[in-house]
Design a protein around this ligand. Sequence first.
Ligand SMILES: [Zn+2]
Length: 206
Amino acid sequence: MQFLKAILDLVFPPKCEICNSLGPDLFCKKCFAQISYLKPSTFVHSIGIYENALKKAIKKFKYGKKTELAKPLGEIMARYIQSNLGRQFIDFFVPVPLYHKRYHERGFNQSELLSHQISIMMGIPTVIGLLYRLRETIPQFDLPKKDRFKNVKGAFAVTAPSFVENRKIALIDDIYTTGSTISECTKVLREAGAQEVHIITLSRAM
Ligand SMILES: [Zn+2]
């Protein structure tokens, strides 16, 4: 295996997926240094601005299907949560679900992959299937602001309310755009009896 890896490294030298510089990191230190971190707030935590290297990384991860990027990106999130929120405020993570049609088109849910990686690093579970997307919604980016809340209203449901009751939940998503998707998710979790709902997104569109 060692030998095979050495051959593979020669043919396909390991490189940064974002800037293509050669090296062992999928998301290199130079790209890492480009992240503009945002100040933590009480319930909404967006790690960095959706621009430069972070934007490229998310696009490559989500649309370029480079799912290996979930590891470095999830690690950035885990480190941020450890130092700004603290594990005592979270019983488990819930990734924002995709509508099943979108999930099958893409082949994965980016938020789910990020959440799994955060779970591995923090030792706090990710619960899949607890939050369910009932219908397809138009990507929020394509809508005028006034239509965004209507677009996602009633689009989510909690499948097992007893599991949510009195729990401290952290919702995980890749981008915070207008906040209407994530606030709709927060609303249904609160209605199901969640004690606290924290929102953690990798980036925030400005
Ligand atoms: Zn790089």
